[in-house]
Ligand binder design. Structure first.
Ligand code: AMP
Ligand code: MG
Length: 281
């Protein structure tokens, strides 16, 4: 099954998140059953990323959005570790700094968007400006409601510059979030992730759901689609994201550039050098 088609939000589709099963795991029994497939995807991702990097024709922007504990960090760790750090970058977006807030909301986004040859993963993104900003009334409705069109226009501009855009919403259930909060409380290695705001944000679950549903309806385009990834099972989430990225890159017809040097002549030079070294020893 093509996961890109399976999880893509069709342009204009009215998604009802509650109707999408966050525990979906396709035909796999569990992590072990999917392990080979996961490894295969990671290996292929590494190869494709190298070709994209050396070809320097396209770039790829991956946006990750989720509610707290949704798994953005885990997904990044999984996908990124398959790639060569030379040519990949993660950009995390927090509450805007004073300087960022003094500019248009896309200012801090555009300057860190990928250049040709690069893959950039956004941990949160420009979509926060119609999500957290909307849910918490950080800007008036007249301001944020105009941003959907601005976002589409911005992404279209990137696309015209050969940037490919894949946007992922990691979909977890409310029960799964509570279980992950518990794990954070009990595991000293995870306690640093706890934020005072987590429980307050959880109370806004329905507001976030409505805000996300509007994002999907207005900003999932043919060329910059949103994907809703069932994310209760971490291994399935990783598999689905990696597979969609691989599927997309496979479609680009990436290839290593032709050598600009005369390989036959260099091969003769190599053999001459080897013979000269052999004569000396
Ligand atoms: P974390 O990803 O856990 O480090 O948290 C980053 C925080 O920054 C989250 O609470 C986001 O909602 C918040 N944030 C990100 N972008 C914006 C934005 N444009 N405006 C306000 N808050 C934001
Ligand atoms: Mg957080």
């Amino acid at each position: 099954m093509n996961y890109g088609e399976r999880f893509r939000v069709r342009p204009g589709a009215r998604i009802v998140l509650q109707e999408i099963d966050p525990a979906f795991k396709d035909h796999y029994d569990g992590h072990k059953d999917a392990a080979d497939e996961l490894e295969h995807c990671r290996a292929r991702l590494g190869e494709l990323q190298e070709m994209l990097y050396v070809e320097r024709k396209h770039s790829l922007l991956i946006c990750l959005q989720a509610l707290d504990t949704g798994g953005k960090d885990g997904t990044i760790q999984h996908c990124l570790s398959a790639m060569n750090p030379q040519g990949c970058r993660v950009q995390a977006f927090r509450q805007p700094s004073a300087e960022e807030a003094a500019h248009d909301f896309l200012w801090r986004i555009h300057r860190v968007a990928p250049a040709r040859g690069e893959i950039v993963i956004f941990n949160r993104s420009h979509y926060e400006d119609v999500l957290v900003v909307r849910v918490h009334n950080l800007a008036p409705r007249e301001v944020w409601s105009r941003r959907y069109d601005r976002i589409n226009a911005f992404e279209q501009g990137c696309i015209e510059h050969d940037t490919h855009i894949l946007k992922f919403y990691l979909h977890i259930s409310s029960d799964e979030q509570l279980a992950r909060f518990k794990a954070r409380l009990e595991d000293p290695a995870k306690q640093w992730k706890i934020s005072e705001a987590d429980y307050a944000e959880r109370k806004r679950w329905d507001d976030y759901r409505a805000a996300y549903e509007e994002v999907f309806a207005r900003c999932s385009t043919e060329q910059a689609p949103w994907f809703i990834i069932p994310a209760n099972h971490k291994w399935f989430r990783n598999l689905a994201v990696a597979r969609i990225v691989v599927e997309h890159l496979e479609g680009l017809g990436l290839r290593y550039p032709k050598p600009t040097v005369d390989i036959a002549r260099i091969r003769r030079e190599y053999h001459a050098a080897r013979e000269a070294t052999a004569r000396k020893s």
